[in-house]
Write a protein that binds this ligand. Structure first.
Ligand code: GAR
Length: 216
C-alpha cells in the first residue's frame, strides 16, 4: 500500500523530526517523510534530515512581508512534494489563520505540556513555577488558536522536586519521541477521527492514547 507522505516543519534541533525519520525507516511503517522545511537557515535538524537522504529546505519568514505570504510559500513547497500530512516538530513560528485552515484535519503539533495547561513559550518553566507534580506532552490537531485544537494523545511524566527546566524538558522529550511516531502511524492508518467531543482514535487498545513514564 502507498505510504502517507509527511512534511515536517522545524526551527531548530529536530529531535522529534529525527524520531519520525527513524520510525519511518521500518518497512511496515505506513508513512514516509517527503520533505523537511525549516524557517531558520542554520537549524541543526536540517543536517540530520539531509544525512538521512530527505529533501530539506529553508523557507525563511524574513523573506516574506507578512505571516500569510510566508505560510503560502510553505504550503506551496509542501504541495510540490505531494505532502498529505504536515507535522510541526519544534516549529517556533506562529502561523496565520490561513495555514491551519488550508491544512485543516491534516496538521499536527507536539507541545511539551499536558494541554490545556501551559501554552506558549517557556513551557517547562511555567510547569515548575506552578508546582505541578505531573507534566508531559501533547499531540494535537492544529487550529488557528495557539496550542489549542483537539488532543490526539498525551504522555505523562513526574515532575521531581529537584527538577530544572533542562531535566524536566529532557524527561518530556523522551516521551515526545515515543508519542509522535505513534500518532503519525495512527493518522496514516486512518484511525484519527474528529467527533463532536474532539478526536477519537479508532481500533486501538483502551488507554493507548495516554502514555505514562515514571522514570526520573
Ligand atoms: C519540543 O520539546 C517540542 O515539544 C517543542 O519544542 C521542542 C522541539 O524540540 N515545541 C513547542 O514548544 C511548540 N509550542 P526538537 O526540535 O528537538 O524536536
Amino acid at each position: 500500500m502507498a505510504k502517507l507522505k509527511v512534511g515536517i516543519l522545524i526551527s531548530g534541533r529536530g529531535s522529534n523530526m529525527a524520531a519520525l525519520i527513524k520510525a519511518a525507516t521500518a518497512p511496515d511503517y505506513p508513512a514516509e517523510i517527503a520533505c523537511v522545511i525549516s524557517n531558520v537557515a542554520d537549524a541543526p535538524g536540517l543536517g540530520i534530515a539531509r544525512q538521512a537522504g530527505i529533501a530539506a529546505m529553508v523557507i525563511s519568514h524574513k523573506d516574506h512581508p507578512d505571516r500569510e505570504s510566508f505560510d503560502r510559500a510553505l504550503s506551496s513547497a509542501l504541495e510540490s512534494h505531494g505532502v498529505e500530512l504536515v507535522v510541526l516538530a519544534g516549529f517556533m513560528r506562529i502561523l496565520s489563520r490561513w495555514f491551519p485552515e488550508r491544512w485543516a484535519g491534516r496538521l499536527l503539533n507536539i507541545h511539551p505540556s499536558l494541554l490545556p495547561a501551559f501554552r506558549g513559550r517557556h513551557v517547562e518553566r511555567q510547569a515548575l513555577s506552578a508546582g505541578v507534580r505531573v507534566s508531559g506532552c501533547t499531540v494535537h490537531l492544529v487550529v488557528p488558536d495557539l496550542d489549542a485544537g483537539p488532543i490526539v494523545a498525551q504522555a505523562a511524566v513526574p515532575v521531581l522536586p529537584n527538577d530544572t527546566e533542562e531535566t524536566l524538558s529532557a524527561r518530556i522529550l523522551r516521551q515526545e519521541h515515543r508519542l509522535y511516531p505513534m500518532v503519525v502511524r495512527w493518522f496514516a492508518e486512518g484511525r484519527i477521527v474528529e467527533t463532536s467531543r474532539g478526536v477519537e482514535v479508532k481500533d486501538v487498545p483502551a488507554g493507548a492514547t495516554l502514555l505514562f513514564s515514571a522514570e526520573p
